[in-house]
Design a protein around this ligand. Sequence first.
Ligand code: 2AM
Ligand code: CA
Length: 258
Amino acid sequence: MSIAERDTLIKKWLSEIKDYIIDQKDSNLDVEQKTADNDLVTRMDKSIEEQLVNKIREAFPGEKIVGEEGFGDEVNSLDGTVWFIDPIDGTLNFVMQQENFAVMIGVYVDGIGQLGYIYDITHDKLYSSTKGDGVRCNGQPIAKPADLSLSKGLIASSSALMCKDKYPAVRTVGAESLGVRMLGSAGLESIEVAKGNVSAYIASNLKPWDIAPGLLFMEELGMIGTQFNSKPIDLLNNNNIVFATKNAHKDIIDILGE
Ligand code: 2AM
Ligand code: CA
């Protein structure tokens, strides 16, 4: 199947998932705690991942799947085709706000991003990329953002990183910027960088499925995604990440490395 045919099929699946979420989201979500009061899973997270994994296994038997809720495979290498699934990114928003969450899919081949999807369901905005074709919103190309330096733009971060985690230099990064914004969804914050609304997104301890589609978007838009230490992002492990314009990335790494 060509990359364009895969893109069409994945968009059809995402449309079906959107209809399912809209239909179900006012019903009982069966909210459960995973590791803490603010680390939640609902029956929708599980059901969406299960539906997507079943579709992938039927259409593409033998391809590897990395999913948040455990329906995927034990994946120890990025060789071959690997799917990254986050059924609901921003589950706390989904439960508390019923908006500001996304369904995310990334497809990598031998560690190289090929297809990426971040679907802001309640606002019906599907951000997508096929490698080499830039980033689109509902099919329309989005412009490459200006290469702003840290001091000339806003940044996005996570509340854990700003309020709890032990990276005081990140607050210096925030202070050097025009201001810090927080949405609570790594996917939607990646979109904020892709659109140029912020010139960087900085977050700690993100999982591969939080990062995979956004990293492809950065590459497609001439922006940069790395770990705090400037090393390439490792999609087999948790990462502390900086997604940014080239100029802001340089400024941020300088501060984080001090
Ligand atoms: P999730 O909703 O898929 O779990 C919130 O700042 C963002 O960080 C969300 O994208 C959320 O993804 C992710 N996240 C949730 N728990 C986290 C944790 N313990 N460490 C780091 N990121 C987390
Ligand atoms: Ca999730």
